[in-house]
Design a protein around this ligand. Structure first.
Ligand code: NAP
Length: 548
């Protein structure tokens, strides 16, 4: 690694530079090294783990089954890591990711505490020049920016936010020293998966906690369980089948599909079915539900009515119960939290719900928060207010491509990309897990598809003498047309979902997932790889092959 900025020659320091040592970045590094490339990782945090390094708030945990979220590239790894629970906690996940890094001798290739400040494509040298905030410079042939879709915390725009004199934390940038909640007056702002996980974890410790809710959520029980010896043995014995199922599943889960449309059941049978769904684990409420749950509004409304009655039956105060019931979106239109004990928390005498729809924020001051109702004093404010999803990290990294493309301005009206991990005018730059990457579902399964394809592409390029990969403008247009055509069919709400950027004030509302899912992704990638030069996306550095 060169330590002197601006001293360019035609040499590269490393063939593959990975940015980020989260779930995706660790896998990308492993695969690049395994394929025989020289590779290095720059990681902003002081440790590895990505979201599982930063989101260390109490009770942060998976809501995808641990063994379906974990790596599947090694049966030995799968067998030797014994997950304690179906849905593991953050400390266990962070330990697992550290184990993987050590188990595969990756740590010596990872440089932590190195936040990337800029990445520019040097056309003359056909290399990326990546600079960090500390002043390190790396020249790389290929960059894999595994910087994550949930890595830039979003803060609400409230007057006086900086004036608060107590402790303030964002769930996505949680401190490493434990936060002492004992006897504290706490405000939690936000009730997405993070806020909903945090509330039950602290309610019995704090003196009082107020949860500030803007939009109610269709939260349902996680239904977690310990992994028994028998279950562990079954997982190990069925590894190959599990991998096959997870690789083919559109959502990347093992959940049994319902096998039927709602019309197959009578009204009474449907209620019994919804009871079964309520008791099912995590995302099975979506993936094992009726086939037409997300396409038939009446079915979804019936399921919502069932959930509303569940909330009414759990929450003792009827006014609070009504406030907790979503009135403006269907189940699944926002990514639902799956959490144990969320609604039950509001039965505790020290927990209150504050509806920001009824009494919006006025300001934050030195001692607390004022709404249009009144002022409340706090010792701690927790921002569980989510992230600048999809584009947040990439548009803040100073990325400059060919023809002086500046990604931060180029994506002002929404991201344009190919396959959710590459873009025209960004040669040799991949961003797995970026916008239009995942289709909704178990995130690492989508990212694994992407990394596997990227690695194969690098090997193919090496074997056939190509040194540049850049999707053509036509290939990108075809992909973006697919996104724009299919996005309206998605269940996610443009008005409410962070998958449309709706949670970030001033952010353009554009769909940020891949509405075609894994099937479309593979179809379009297969089309690209049907010719040796990937339909013109691959070229040699000495060719002027950028016909676009
Ligand atoms: P989120 O789902 O985006 O929720 C953010 C919350 O903050 C929402 O309730 C939002 O209200 C509220 N909020 C945002 N800006 C606000 C403002 N200006 N004023 C008042 N309220 C505001 O964020 P998250 O809970 O951190 O979850 C983000 C993603 O992380 C999830 O979708 C999931 O993919 C992942 N996650 C996963 C787990 C897990 O179980 N594995 C746990 C946590 C997070 P609105 O709804 O009105 O926007």
């Amino acid at each position: 690694m060169s330590e002197v900025a601006g001293q360019f020659d035609n040499d590269i320091d490393v063939e593959v530079l990975v940015i980020g040592a989260g779930v995706v970045g660790i896998y990308a590094l492993h695969q690049a090294l395994d394929a025989g490339f020289t590779a290095q990782t720059l990681e902003a945090g002081e440790g590895v783990g990505g979201v599982w390094y930063w989101n260390r708030y109490p009770s942060a945990r998976f809501d995808s089954e641990s063994y379906t979220y974990a790596y599947l590239f090694s049966k030995k790894l799968f067998d030797e890591w014994r997950w304690k629970e179906e849905f593991a906690t953050q400390p266990e996940i962070e330990s697992y990711l550290n184990h993987v890094v050590d188990r595969f001798d990756l740590r010596r290739h990872i440089r932590t505490g190195e936040k990337v400040a800029s990445a520019s494509f040097d056309e003359a040298g056909q290399a990326w020049v990546v600079r960090t905030e500390k002043g390190s410079v790396v020249r790389a042939r290929w960059v894999i920016s595994a910087t994550g879709g949930l890595s830039v915390p979003n803060y609400p725009d409230i007057d006086g936010l900086g004036d608060f004199g107590g402790q303030a934390y964002h769930t996505g940038a949680w401190p490493h020293t434990p936060v002492d909640f004992v006897g504290k007056r706490v405000a939690v702002i936000g009730n997405g998966p993070s806020g909903a996980q945090l509330l039950p974890a602290i309610v019995d410790t704090v003196e009082a906690v107020d949860l500030y809710q803007r939009t109610p959520t269709w939260t349902t029980p996680l239904n977690n369980a310990p992994i028994s010896d028998e279950r562990q043995a079954w997982l190990s014995d069925n590894f190959e089948d599990i991998v096959k199922t997870l690789s083919a599943s559109p959502t990347g889960f093992l959940h049994e599909p319902a096998g039927k449309f709602s019309s197959a059941d009578s009204a009474q049978e449907r209620q019994a079915f919804y009871e079964k769904i309520w008791k099912s684990p995590g995302f099975a409420k979506l993936t094992s539900n009726y086939y037409d749950l997300t396409t038939n509004r009446e079915v979804n409304l019936e399921f919502c009515a069932f959930l509303a009655n569940k909330i009414r039956s759990i929450v003792k105060d009827p006014v609070t119960a009504e406030r907790l019931i979503p009135k403006d979106h269907l189940f699944g239109a926002k990514r639902p939290p799956f959490v144990t004990g969320y609604f039950e928390s509001f039965n505790k005498p020290n927990a209150s719900l504050i509806s920001l729809r009824e009494t919006p924020f006025v300001r934050v001051d030195a001692t607390g928060i004022e709404t249009t109702e009144r002022h409340r004093d706090y010792d701690i404010i927790v921002f569980a207010t989510g992230f600048d999803f999809g584009t947040g990290a990439l548009t803040r990294m100073g990325i400059r491509g060919r023809e002086d493309l500046d990604l931060s301005t180029d994506w002002e009206d929404g991201p344009s990309d190919f396959a959710g991990f590459s873009a025209h005018l960004l040669p040799n730059f991949f961003f797995p897990g970026g916008p239009h990457g995942a289709g909704g579902g178990n995130y690492p399964r989508y990212s694994q598809d992407q990394i596997d394809w990227i690695t194969k592409t690098l090997i193919h390029a090496r074997d056939h003498g190509y040194d540049v990969f850049e999707p053509t403008a036509a290939q990108q247009d075809q992909w973006m047309t697919m996104i724009e055509t299919l996005a309206p069919q998605s269940i996610f709400s443009a008005e409410h979902s962070h998958y449309y950027g709706a949670n970030v004030e001033g952010k353009v509302r554009k769909f940020l997932l891949n509405p075609g899912g894994r099937a479309k992704l593979h179809e379009m990638l297969d089309e690209m790889t049907s010719t040796e030069d990937f339909g013109g996306a691959l070229s040699r550095a000495n060719e002027t092959a950028h016909a676009g």
